[in-house]
Design a binder for this molecule. Structure first.
Ligand code: NDP
Ligand code: GDR
Length: 362
């Protein structure tokens, strides 16, 4: 029988890849999107069909994680076999500026969905996936980090996700629900939001190459992240919901890389070798061939409390889910720079023809 999935956060990076993945598996896919004043469906437009056509398998519903009445109504209407809760205010630095909203959407939003399942009596029908995060480890207590490593959140975002993690565990234990946490380490792609560090770097590299930007300003160059490819990671989300027992899993590559090394890899893609000069806020990344300063540190991007090192141990996922990452960091960087070069080329064409292009570079 055809399964029905409901994805919150369908317009985000992971929502788009997961929707594609589930449609390929033959699912009927429903997604919740927010009402915005401009279209926010760029990442899923290619899978959206006019609802009047035959054999439509992909549906969008207006909704918001802060509105329980709306979540209950959508879940009642869809009667999903699986819910993937990906919606969140997902930017760590922004969570310091909007801590209450972040807690509302990310922590209480998760509770609202779990309660909706319970209120509607769907505990035995609907499986629940929670998008948990390596940010839970924060000030790390053990390296590499695995399912049993203690948490120490370092941001309003991580503290909100901590609540979401535990309320998921609690509903599993209290009500026998099939509810799981995927503790996913950073995963990136050409669809990554432009203000996360990897995409900010690859986009800047492409724009510098085409003469549309002079410099890239970054914060902490020494932070280390375990970066994987988002498309590989959505498969793990699905696998987590296909097990006999509901359990929590770390999903990671098992490799960690400094932001500065990611910068070097991205510039290598366009044939530029970066040399580093100075230290701390004075540090600069210089083009070895021309001596031009291409990277500078801007303390605006420093966080009040930083997560310095993340390195995941995905052994449990390998053994129990048979999951392993397929894409290397080099392949990921190359793919992201290539895609950003294409969009920078489009921007150049637009500018040449008198159309304004977005200059926002945060
Ligand atoms: P994105 O920021 O790309 O997407 C977040 C999605 O949530 C968007 O669709 C956004 O809508 C939606 N959203 C935000 N607030 C609300 C709200 N109040 N009501 C309804 N929808 C809302 O995140 P990712 O795709 O990268 O991440 C998916 C999930 O996984 C998030 O929960 C994130 O915290 C978590 N995570 C991500 C990791 C990563 O490395 N990418 C690692 C570990 C966990 P809109 O498009 O309108 O903004
Ligand atoms: P993160 O991702 O905080 O790990 O959260 P992000 O890419 O924002 O930062 C990674 C590291 O890079 C450092 N950094 C910068 N970050 C940004 N955004 N902009 C900069 O200019 C910059 N310079 C240096 C940061 O300080 C940090 O150490 C992501 C999100 O997707 C979360 O939702 C998810 O839970 C975690 O990954 C796992």
């Amino acid at each position: 029988m055809q399964k029905r999935a409901l994805i919150t956060g369908i317009t985000g990076q992971d929502g788009a890849y997961l929707a594609e993945f589930l449609l390929e598996k033959g699912y009927e896919v429903h997604g919740i999107k927010r009402r915005t004043s401009l279209f926010n469906t760029d990442r899923i437009d290619h899978i959206y069909k006019d609802q009047h056509e035959d054999d439509v398998k992909f549906f969008l519903h207006y909704g918001d994680m802060t509105d329980s009445t709306n979540l209950i109504r959508i879940i009642q209407q869809v009667q999903p076999d699986e819910i993937y809760n990906l919606a969140a205010q997902s930017h760590v630095q922004v969570s310091f500026d909007t801590p209450e909203y972040t807690a509302n959407a990310d922590a209480l939003g998760t509770l609202r969905i779990l309660e909706a399942i319970r209120i509607l009596g769907l505990e035995k029908k609907t499986k629940f996936y929670q998008a948990s995060t390596s940010e839970l480890y924060g000030l790390v207590q053990e390296t590499p980090q695995k399912e049993t490593t203690p948490f120490y959140p370092r941001s309003p975002y991580a503290a909100a996700k901590l609540y979401a993690y535990w309320i998921t565990v609690n509903y599993r234990e209290a009500y026998g629900m099939y509810a799981c946490n995927g503790i996913l380490f950073n995963h990136e792609s050409p669809l990554r939001g432009e203000t996360f560090v990897t995409r900010k770097i690859t986009r800047a590299v492409a724009r510098i190459k085409l003469g549309m930007q002079n410099k890239l300003y970054l914060g902490n160059l020494d932070a280390k992240r375990d970066w994987g490819f988002a498309k590989d990671y959505v498969e793990a989300m699905w696998l987590i919901l296909q097990q006999e027992q509901a359990e929590d899993f770390v999903i990671a590559t098992g490799q960690t890389t400094k932001v500065r090394d990611f910068v070097e890899l991205a510039f290598q893609e366009i044939g530029i070798e970066i040399l580093w000069q100075g230290s701390g806020v004075e540090e600069k990344g210089i083009d070895k061939a021309t001596g031009k300063v291409l990277v500078e540190v801007d303390p605006r991007y420093f966080r009040p409390t930083e997560v310095e090192l993340l390195l995941g141990d995905p052994s449990k996922a390998k053994v129990k889910l048979g999951w392993e990452p397929k894409t290397t960091l080099d392949e990921l960087v190359s793919m992201m720079v290539r895609e950003d070069l294409k969009s920078a080329e489009r921007d150049v064409l637009c500018e040449k023809n008198g159309f304004e292009v977005r200059q926002y570079n945060e």
